[in-house]
Design a protein around this ligand. Structure first.
Ligand code: SAM
Length: 282
């Protein structure tokens, strides 16, 4: 994964193209030293989109999504926070959520509900096995994921350093939330399988519309915001698209203008708060 470490380099280096396609994921090290994956899909069917900006997977995750958690906290809601992540990937956002809330709660895991969606079963499995400290039942496939534990440890360490926490407390918070049924790791989210839930924070970190066109449709955002957003809700994503902005405004969100990460034109941070007469919302 991290190119400097020979144990974790891309496993298909010097391998023929058909081998590469079968393995479907490729590790890269971004400029802040943190790992990301490039996804070629099964049999090379995907665009090969990287999960993060080359300038820094860690820095981008913090830049785009930490303000959403801070904005949410500044609203001082009494309800148990419910947070939804679309696109688990390498778990940067789950570790960020754990670190942020631990740092605000005397280092103890607070009451919280967390729902993560990830379409790839191999990524869900690898992250969960690491969180629960379980040995994989079988050799991970694609084989590139046999290095995933090192990547998660690296991300956890960086995140813990940033929030001045003990590294393993992040994993343990996720483990505790999982065992208490507070953290659920689900398969792909689409406009037809949304459960009627109310999240206070939605971190939308899916691939771009080039790789995931159905997730960037107006109908998808309308369904997401109508069915999954709590009355008080903060929505964040790394991109800014007109259809998304229209959908957010239609659903009562106010958009805060933010520059995108590393020269990207804009990213999205939007907040909806209840009208003054509707004060007992959750
Ligand atoms: C940009 S990456 C997410 C990066 C991630 N947040 C992290 O911290 O590493 C996008 C992720 O969304 C997943 N994905 C694609 N379609 C999805 C869907 N419909 N529902 C949930 N996840 C999806 C991809 O497999 C990929 O892991």
């Amino acid at each position: 994964m991290i190119a400097a470490n020979p144990k974790i380099r891309s496993p298909w280096q010097n391998e023929p193209q058909n081998e590469r396609q079968r393995d479907s994921l490729e590790w890269t090290k971004t400029e802040d030293g943190s790992p990301t994956l490039r996804d070629w899909g099964k049999d090379g069917g995907n665009t090969g989109e990287s999960m993060h900006h080359s300038a820094g997977a860690f820095s981008e995750s913090l830049y785009v999504y930490l303000p959403a958690l801070q904005r949410f906290r500044s609203l001082n809601l009494t309800a148990t926070p419910s947070v939804c992540v679309v696109g688990l990937g390498l778990g940067y956002l789950e570790l960020l959520i754990a670190a942020y809330f631990l740092s605000k709660n005397q280092n103890t895991p607070p009451r919280l509900r967390l729902t993560s969606h990830e379409s790839r079963g191999d990524l869900r499995r690898a992250f969960l096995e690491w969180v629960l400290d379980r040995q994989p039942k079988a050799k991970p496939t694609p084989s590139v994921l046999s290095n995933a534990g090192e990547a998660y440890e690296h991300i956890q360490k960086k995140m813990a350093q940033h929030f001045q926490l003990e590294p393993n407390t992040l994993r343990l918070a996720l483990k505790q939330w999982s065992e208490q049924g507070r953290w659920e790791l689900r398969a792909a989210l689409n406009s037809t399988n949304m459960r009627p839930e109310r999240h206070h924070v939605i971190l939308f970190d899916a691939y771009s519309s080039a790789s995931s066109p159905t997730l960037w449709k107006r109908s998808f955002f309308d369904a997401l915001l109508a069915q999954q957003a709590a009355e008080t809700c903060v929505f964040a994503t790394y991109a800014s698209r007109t259809i998304l902005k229209h959908s957010l405004r239609t659903h009562g969100f106010c958009l805060e203008k933010r520059k995108g990460f590393q020269g990207k034109r804009e990213c999205t941070l939007a907040i909806r708060t209840p009208s003054p007469q509707d004060s007992n919302q959750s």
